[in-house]
Design a protein around this ligand. Sequence first.
Ligand SMILES: NC(=O)c1ccc[n+]([C@@H]2O[C@H](COP(=O)([O-])OP(=O)(O)OC[C@H]3O[C@@H](n4cnc5c(N)ncnc54)[C@H](OP(=O)(O)O)[C@@H]3O)[C@@H](O)[C@H]2O)c1
Length: 301
Amino acid sequence: MRAIQIDRFGTPDVLRLVEVPEPEPGSEDVLIRTIASSINPVDDKTREGAIGDGTPPLPTTLGWDLAGIVVEGGGSGLRAGDRVIAMSHQLGSARGTWADLVALPARSVAAAPGAVSLNEAATLPLPGLTASQTLDWLAVSAGERLLIAGAAGAVGGLALQIARARGVKVDALVSREAQVGFAQEHGADLVTTDKSALEDRGYDAVFDTFGAFVTGAVADGGRYASIATQAGPVPDLSARGVRTTVNQVREDGAGLNELTRLVDQGALRPRVHSAFGIHEIQAAHERFRRGGLAGKITLAF
Ligand SMILES: NC(=O)c1ccc[n+]([C@@H]2O[C@H](COP(=O)([O-])OP(=O)(O)OC[C@H]3O[C@@H](n4cnc5c(N)ncnc54)[C@H](OP(=O)(O)O)[C@@H]3O)[C@@H](O)[C@H]2O)c1
């Protein structure tokens, strides 16, 4: 079968489409034929060598997101032919999803939304689970005020929609004027590009997707979660009674089920910027690196 691997770190030309043996599913695994995946910042950082010791031994197959068709359901209750989505923690397990066939634990797999294509569904798993798990940590409830920094990005855009679906009042910090409309259309009240407008300690919780560290925005006794691992820890706010974390995404089939339900209800809309075939993997990464995206770059198998 085909897989996209790296055998050294570097610019996108280290990405290679190679032939590798098919995976042998364990008794708890589902075997999935990949239809689509998408590129996440972690894939870019892994390829460059920025993850360091956390990278699996090379050569390694990249990719975390997966939308595909079940080949063998094992004991999972899933049947051959079912449309599914999954997230593989590629750094932890070395099971990259950029391959024709992927074997993953049944607990990490969920039915795909029926309302969108598998190409669109492939944009959901990693950013969607990061969004929902971080919102769970923040424990924001209906009527509370949440600030999302980076609310038009992949994780931030899904977090905005999930939080709105949970009845949370959301304000948004975005990077440029072109993103203001997206945040407003998806239910943000105040949308700003100006960090200094957010110093009033008015938010019950802050979800920081890029290391903005807008700590003046969170209320005393509130919660502040970053997902920007490489920006380092959130400053210590314990003197103000603020709990802080740098959240790390986990494989989570139940979380994927929530994403599927929200998409099928029309509360969560996947965004595709552009689709590339896997033969174009180097061009896809070049485009990803240039940034300025409104939506995800997907890979078609
Ligand atoms: N800890 C975890 O488990 C986990 C999981 C997923 C992702 N992450 C990390 O979280 C980060 C976000 O991931 P993502 O997939 O959402 O990336 P993304 O799609 O690039 O989103 C990042 C957003 O932040 C915005 N932004 C960046 N710098 C900004 C600034 N100075 N002011 C205002 N907005 C700014 C970006 O705007 P522009 O488009 O204008 O740049 C973009 O909208 C990445 O670093 C990723 O590696 C961590």
